[in-house]
Design a protein around this ligand. Sequence first.
Ligand SMILES: Nc1ncnc2c1ncn2[C@@H]1O[C@H](COP(=O)(O)OP(=O)(O)O)[C@@H](O)[C@H]1O
Ligand SMILES: [Mg+2]
Length: 349
Amino acid sequence: MLTESQVREILGNLQEPFLHKTLAELNAIEEVKIKQEKNHVSVKIDIARTGTSEQLQLQTHVVNLLKEAGAETVGIRFGQLSDEVLAVNRQAEPEQGKNLLNSESTTFIAIASGKGGVGKSTVSVNLAVALARLGKKVGLIDADIYGFSVPDMMGITKRPVVRGEKIIPVERFGVQVISMGFFVEDNAPIIWRGPMLGKMLNSFFNEVEWGEIDYLLLDLPPGTGDVALDVHTMLPSCKEIIVTTPHPTAAFVAARAGAMALRTNHEVLGVIENMAYFESKVTGEKEYVFGRGGGDKLAEELNTEVLGRLPLDQPDWNEEDFAPSIYQEDHKLGKIYLDIAEKVAGLLN
Ligand SMILES: Nc1ncnc2c1ncn2[C@@H]1O[C@H](COP(=O)(O)OP(=O)(O)O)[C@@H](O)[C@H]1O
Ligand SMILES: [Mg+2]
């Protein structure tokens, strides 16, 4: 049969998830009650932030530990650590607060579109690679949680490794990449809903070891639904690039994504017109197969500029180092991406 002091000893060594000190050090075990006849242990523990996924994890730990130690059933309540305790212990924490979301040296650039299929992911991966080719330190978050495609497009076969409490992104073509695809078995569909998504994205910011980066690009979910809005709201200061095709109706739909960016106080850096034309390799003639003028119309509406126009074309595929969607540096589109990257870097200087 467990005693109160045994329970305190067992739980005292657990880490408080936000302050990274033990529960004993923080005096965070507020109450221990033991019902001998039912072999039931109930505890009340204070943590820095209740109602979080960290709380859930800690809860699982506590229950497991107490059951291993012999408790039949476990009751657990969480309370809030006092402001005094929080203040004292946050100060004592040297590395705390080194949150990427607050990092001044990193610029967030979200790539948005009005709808799927316009090449948002293609633009995201190639712009990231182009910025890296310019010598910038670049990260890329595949924030299209349901429709992740970045790992396949970049030909990433490795998975991230975990070091300590941090996930190390996978590097490819000089870009640090993180994607939901890394955490899903066998391409299984994802059925998570909104709140989970927010947690996932938060983890991408806080639990990933980004190191020093200049630009963190986000391949946003398409459209202007809840998911896209969540991401917009989550990033306090973020630049945006809107991708559209040249078709006037596509630009019309994309304008809504632009409006969402502006409503959440995100500065629109410019518009990228993708699938702008098809250029005949034989005659060099340009055919505007998806219409014309969409990019200009959108830029005008959003009071910004067209950063570049990409024709229809595929990368040269390399069997040894396969990355189906990455254009080589000397490819016609690779060069256009370099121009766009230079413009973007110039705008952010
Ligand atoms: N400029 C382009 N030329 C040829 N194919 C392209 C071009 N841009 C995108 N694609 C193709 O169009 C499809 C949709 O692109 P994707 O980047 O996945 O769009 P989104 O992320 O907006 O849904 C992909 O198969 C991609 O390879
Ligand atoms: Mg996509």
